[in-house]
Design a protein around this ligand. Structure first.
Ligand code: FES
Length: 108
């Protein structure tokens, strides 16, 4: 479909994240150490809102059951925990991002 502008580059400073809807898909854009990455905005376990989760470095934690996703790869590095049970979650989708002319563009 091609790249779509979602924000100005300085709208998402290093260490921050922001949720966008791009062509009907929820996309979470993260600035990790000055580079922008985009992953699906919903947790692959039970649809938790990753935009409401804690971001530490390149890791975002789902606020529902604690799955942790690497925003640079989409990998689920820690699965969900419910009470004392541990589960697994699938990799989150990732999208290509480029910064061009001061704008962040995402290809979904
Ligand atoms: S919905 Fe994200 S860990 Fe369960």
């Amino acid at each position: 479909m091609g790249f779509v502008e979602v924000a100005k580059a300085n709208d998402i400073p290093a260490g921050q994240k922001k949720l966008f809807t791009v062509q009907g898909k929820e996309v979470l854009v993260v600035n990790y150490e000055g580079k922008h990455y985009a992953i699906g905005g919903r947790c692959t376990h039970m649809n938790g809102e990753l935009s409401k989760g804690k971001l530490e470095g390149k890791l975002v934690t789902c606020p529902r059951h604690g799955s942790v996703f690497d925003v640079t790869t989409g990998e689920c590095v820690t699965g969900p925990r419910i009470v004392f049970l541990k589960f697994r979650a699938k990799r989150a989708p990732t999208y290509e991002v480029k910064v061009e002319g001061g704008s962040i563009k995402v290809d979904v």
